[in-house]
Design a protein around this ligand. Sequence first.
Ligand code: DND
Length: 225
Amino acid sequence: MGIDKQVIDATERNRQKLEKFEAFNEKVKVGILGGTFDPIHYAHLATAEFIRDKYKLDYMFFIPTGNPPHKLGIRTDKYDRYNMVLLSTASNDRFIALDLEVKRKKSTYTVDTLKDLTEKYPNADLYFITGADAICEVDTWKDTAENFMLATFIAATRPGISLLKAQEKIEQLERKYDTNIISVYVPSLDISSTYIREQLEVGKTVRYLIPENVDIYINKKGLYK
Ligand code: DND
């Protein structure tokens, strides 16, 4: 099947999963993995699945950033990043891709996303997942205190980030914002989007680091050349 057809099928599959989620009226635990996903890779997917299972989350929302204020100069079109997330999450009934940030015209801030989700899904308890690198930066984000009120933050350890440094930062944030941050050891995969882009730029393989259909999508669209 051609990759364009696969994107169409993944879009339809995602629509069905979202419809089923929205029809569910009881309390529901929802994890959120936000990211630039430039491109999405297996460490994102494995981290999300590990945390979903460990904390018995009912669903995991993958939310690609639209115009992220912290990463200016992204060359990849936001809809290409979203399509790659759609393709990667299609086979998991509990993974749902959301386009609310890619559709936003202005800068995309997590606080606006959490407010939108709280309003739209009042029966959902939100858990915002970050890698240990992102949690170290979280108090530079817009409205940090409000972010902590809207969702429980779960910080996943990530290769290359000092555990001690992340743990110190987490304790500092907990004191400053009077909040609880869950820190969790996730079996590590030392993969980063930067590494994948660098490999692709020089024509090297990224096979088995990203889903096969994402690899095909990247080739077909000529991304990261
Ligand atoms: P990134 O661009 O760092 O994501 O963005 C992460 C989230 O932070 C997004 O939802 C942003 O909107 C939000 N943010 C950032 C800055 C400011 C504001 C919000 C604001 O509101 O002011 P990446 O695509 O690089 O990675 C996605 C996630 O996956 C990150 O949490 C990253 O730490 C994690 N990750 C890994 N975790 C475990 N093992 C690995 C990983 N590689 C990436 N190998």
